[in-house]
Design a protein around this ligand. Structure first.
Ligand SMILES: [Zn+2]
Ligand SMILES: [Zn+2]
Length: 1014
């Protein structure tokens, strides 16, 4: 069956009998959106008729794994913003994008192929097959993401998606490099990079920041003997013993005082302020400070490098004037360890710069697996970190070991493969973004981040301003388009496929694409000498791919129109990731201090119910597609937006979905049902029975005005909170309105008006419908960005059923604007006062054990004079809510005169407001109370038997009530018939008198039998 037909044929009668079943609702709506092409129509509408354009570019998910709830949180926020801004009349190019290349994808494929390392990969699998497998993996995960978006109701345009691996994208991405090349900001250099021995590639600084974890390392104290001195040693500490192989210098702080400490026969040199603590830590007793010298005085002292025999290359290096001597440096920390730092320029960034400045050669004897090469002598073939124990043993043999323990500390692991990173000097390509750092920071400062903590995190990260190592020694990536002449060394950056083809010395194959291995088969002719040019073998950091999307994914015209984008939202770890690379590349491209985004919201992580990080090893990862097989998308959406501030980490507990979120959406649903059942019965027509009509006919009462005022308040509150990205407060504004003013307050206050079907009071009922229509319709619009499924369902089944001139989908509607004319703060305050007093009357009842259903004679309200004025205006309503026959007023509370008086009047107080409740009931009040109790049972029975509230029953029978009760009830049977919507209510002495199906109820310790007949 066509869904459109279903929505039409399925008259309110059918769905109105159902409870809120979100999974059914969502399936119907998904089909409706698809058949009616609602997403397409929305984009079409806003692209042609809009109040402006808000640029957007998708932060592309990496297609190497399943979408989990952490991703869903971000996607829901993106969709919320999109639907909301579209309803406000803006056009947003909400187009998908996919990050397809790079290490994350390669590692996923390696796992699938069972490849251990890069060497295996190239030799056993081959680059062609590997690339094909990467593409397959990308498509496999794309299917999952596509499905997740459909399930979540994310209205992203997937037809316009960009794919970072496509040639046309790569070519435009290259334009960034071209701009950098022209500005002299792209170049090669030896540099210390973080290197993952498993992935066999370097990582950017930003990537290093992604993977800090607590790990164990050796904590080694050792001695280095001062040359030409008797038994004198420097005391040194390290957690990376292997760096002793590449040790070239020691550094001390020039201004600090260093002590020469007598330890037995030996003298140890260390910073003075640490002596006592160190001796204690090393359990050295009987020591004594023999002499104190300045750090400056130690400069140039030569020490004996301990592995001269083991590492021949070091013997050669030792000839250098400064190698194996002490230098002074301000960065030496004298508050930790010994204040004497050993320097291995091939393995540390600071060390590297010390060597560079002094023209000391950098010694980095490592291969691609971070194993020592032949240059490292006896260490050749050992993996760097595996040499730690060898170094310790050697030191021990030479009597240079002081102490070795294990220390637990934060250390960066590879964010993908979780291997400990090592720092190595390697030849790489860099974007020298450090040279334009002030422009970058200035650009970032102009952006709005909504919350302070991620903003500070981002800005302080940017201020570090380190160069960006963009080269990767991998396979599946955008190639670095730099060609080098094998003859004259000339380098050229060729950023166009066509130019490559034109300059190639042979015809490229038909399956040519801008990837390894194909691109490396192109040999170009040198523009200078005519020699052969080969490409530098690197691919680009995958973060460069996604950071290039503002230019790469659009045409030039679109780029002009959509960039800088208006609003981006990604997880908080993207401060070092996408937010950073987007910014750097945009400044490079435009040379302006301008970010490619005006607003950037960083959202917190999603943790499990107990607040633990979700991880494969804990088995607590919730993937979106599995979750949404069993749980409602609307509930998940509402829950993630409502539970906490977007910037906070969120503990996701599926058990909570069915609690408050279900209650809120269930209430919204049932309010519509209640409204629809009544409105249809009275032939309410929203086009005729408008608020204007009610106003003109003078049938709008304070209670209606009050609700309409509350509604305006919620509209402005929700809108303001969406603007400030406090989605939880926006959701709370809606939650509060639905549950309290509408459901718990307004509906009970007008229920009695609706119950009658007297033609004389029809206008009153139509006014209530007009008020509810306005309120519920507005609520559906306000809820739509949060929970689009239930909103579309209610919009079709209620709004469009009553008014078929409305737009085809709720998404094509306009965002509500608060109507100041309908706002009445004074009235809201009056109602707050009324509710306070009604609540007091309830507590007085409770104290007197009198049910709310039982009418009472009188209540006396004790409030100051101006409070009484408020009250008199709302007296009708108060009498009804307090369920009393009359109300009296007093200025102040007088103590009771007699004991009888004290017994009769129950008092409840709050501050200077008091309520006196008359607890005495005569036979009329008792009879009416009985009638109401019984009416409630009949209502329950009606509902149970499946009657709609508007159905009129033929008769209701009550049997086997005692004589006294029957007598009390008798005068109220007519009223009861009206209440339970029956032709008549009849009392029967014995059940056998009438042939009907009796139902037994207990009733104040007694028994009563009830039956209904149609
Ligand atoms: Zn790795
Ligand atoms: Zn040349």
């Amino acid at each position: 069956m066509k869904v459109a037909a279903k929505f039409k044929a399925d008259t309110s009668k059918r769905w109105l009998t159902l409870d809120y079943r979100p999974l059914d609702v969502e399936q119907q709506v998904r089909e409706f959106w698809q058949t009616h092409k609602v997403r397409e129509k929305l984009e079409q509408l806003r692209s042609t008729r809009n109040n402006g354009v808000l640029g957007y570019v998708e932060g592309p998910p990496t297609l190497n794994g399943l979408p989990h709830v952490g991703h869903a949180r971000g996607r829901v926020m993106k969709d919320l913003r999109y639907r909301w801004k579209s309803m406000q009349g803006f056009y947003v190019p909400f187009w998908a994008g996919w990050d397809c290349q790079g290490l994350p994808v390669e590692l996923e494929v390696e796992r699938e192929l069972g490849v251990k390392n890069k060497k295996d990969l190239v030799e056993k699998v081959g680059e062609e097959r590997f690339v094909a497998e990467c593409k397959k993996t990308v498509m496999k995960y794309h299917k999952e993401w596509f499905e997740a978006d459909a399930k979540l109701g994310v209205f992203m345009n997937h037809d316009k998606a960009y794919w970072t691996y496509r040639d046309e994208y790569i070519e435009r991405e290259w334009q960034y490099l071209k701009r950098a090349w022209e500005q002299g900001l792209l170049g090669e250099g030896y540099y210390i990079v973080a290197y993952c021995p498993h992935c066999q590639t370097s990582l950017s600084n930003a990537e290093v920041g992604l993977g800090y974890e607590e790990v164990e390392d050796p904590s080694l104290y050792f001695k280095l003997k001062v040359k030409n001195a008797q038994n004198e040693y420097f005391l040194v500490w390290t957690t990376m013993p292997f760096t002793l192989v590449t040790d070239l210098m020691l550094a001390v702080h020039p201004e600090a005082e260093y002590a020469k400490v007598k330890v037995g026969e030996e003298t140890w040199i260390m910073v003075k302020q640490r002596v006592e603590l160190l001796m204690e830590e090393l359990k050295v007793t009987g020591w004594k400070v023999a002499e104190v010298v300045s750090g400056k005085a130690l400069e140039g002292v030569k020490y004996e490098y301990p592995f001269l025999e083991a590492v021949l290359k070091q013997r050669e290096l030792d000839q250098h004037r400064l190698v194996h001597t002490v230098v002074t440096e301000d960065f030496v920390d004298v508050t930790a360890a010994t204040g004497v730092v050993h320097l291995a320029p091939g393995n540390g960034e600071d060390d590297f710069w010390v060597a560079k400045r002094r023209n000391v050669p950098v010694y980095a004897p490592f291969d691609d697996e971070a194993k020592f090469t032949a240059d490292a002598g006896e260490f050749a073939g050992l993996f760097a970190r595996d040499s730690d124990s060898v170094v310790v043993d050697l030191l021990r043999k030479k009597g240079l070991l002081v102490s070795v323990k294990t220390v637990s500390h934060e250390y960066p692991l590879c964010w993908r493969s979780h291997h400990k990173l090592v720092w190595l000097a390697r030849r790489e390509y860099f974007l020298w973004t450090d040279k334009m750092n002030s422009r970058v920071v200035e650009a970032a400062e102009k952006v709005r981040y909504f919350f302070e903590s991620p903003k500070n995190r981002f800005l302080s990260f940017l201020r570090e301003g380190k160069p960006w190592c963009v080269s990767r020694e991998r396979v599946w990536g955008a190639p670095l388009p730099v060609w080098v002449c094998q003859n004259c060394g000339n380098k050229e950056l060729v950023a166009s496929k066509k130019e490559l083809m034109d300059r190639a010395d042979s015809e490229p194959p038909a399956d040519f694409e801008l990837h390894k291995p194909w691109v490396d088969r192109l040999v170009l002719k040198c523009g200078k000498c005519g020699g052969l040019m080969k490409r530098e073998p690197f691919v680009l950091d995958t973060w460069h791919n996604s950071g290039a999307c503002p230019y790469a994914r659009f045409s030039d015209k679109e780029f002009e129109k959509y960039v800088p984008t208006d609003f981006l939202v990604e997880a908080v770890d993207q401060t070092r990731g996408w937010a950073n690379t987007l910014l750097l590349e945009h400044v490079l491209l435009t040379e302006k201090s301008e970010a490619p985004y005006r607003n950037y919201l960083f959202y917190g992580f999603v943790l499990d119910a107990k607040g633990r990080k979700m991880s494969k090893s804990l088995g607590n990862v919730l993937d979106v597609n599995t979750l949404l097989q069993h749980y409602s998308s609307d509930l998940c959406r509402f829950y993630t937006l409502w539970k906490c501030s977007p910037v906070d980490s969120m503990n996701f507990d599926v058990k909570e979905l069915t609690k408050r979120p279900f209650q809120v959406l269930g209430t919204l649903y049932h309010l519509h049902r209640f409204f629809m059942q009544n409105a249809e019965y009275d032939h309410f027509d929203p086009r005729l029975h408008t608020l204007k009509w009610a106003e003109e006919n003078g049938v709008l009462r304070p209670v209606d005005r009050w609700l309409l005022s509350k509604l305006q308040q919620a509209v402005s509150e929700c809108t303001v909170k969406l603007e400030t990205c406090e989605f939880n407060f926006a959701a709370e504004a809606l939650e509060t309105l639905v549950v309290d003013p509408v459901s718990l307050e307004y509906v009970p206050m007008v229920r009695r008006d609706l119950w009658s079907d007297d033609p004389e009071t029809l206008n009153r009922r139509l006014t209530v419908y007009a008020t509810l229509w306005q309120t519920l319709r507005t609520l559906v619009l306000l809820f739509n960005p949060f929970t689009p499924f239930v909103c579309e369902f209610l919009y079709q089944n209620v709004c469009r059923t009553l008014d078929n001139t409305l737009p085809e989908s709720v998404n094509l509607e306009s965002w509500p604007v608060p109507d100041e004319v309908l706002r009445n703060v004074e009235l809201e305050q009056d109602f707050a006062m009324l509710q306070r007093v009604v609540a007091l009357s309830y507590s007085a009842r409770q104290a007197a054990q009198l049910k709310r259903r039982w009418p009472l004679q009188k209540v006396v309200v004790v409030v100051p004079k101006d409070g009484q004025r408020v009250f008199r205006g709302l007296e009708d309503l108060f009498v009804e809510l307090a369920n009393v026959k009359s109300v009296g007023y007093l200025d102040e509370l007088n103590p009771p005169h007699t004991e009888a008086e004290e017994k009769r009047w129950k008092v409840a107080s709050e501050g200077d407001v008091h309520v006196l409740l008359d607890t005495v009931r005569d036979s009329r009040l008792l009879g009416e109370g009985v009638m109401r109790d019984l009416a409630r049972r009949v209502q329950a029975l009606r509902k149970e038997l499946g009657f709609a509230p508007t159905d009129v029953l033929g008769a209701v029978f009550l049997a086997e009530l005692d004589e006294e009760t029957s007598g009390l009830l008798e005068p109220f049977l007519g009223e009861m018939a009206g209440l339970v919507r029956a032709g008549q209510v009849r009392l029967v002495r014995d059940r056998s008198e009438v042939k009907v199906e009796w139902r037994e109820f207990s009733f104040d310790d007694r028994r009563v039998y009830v039956a209904v007949a149609q």
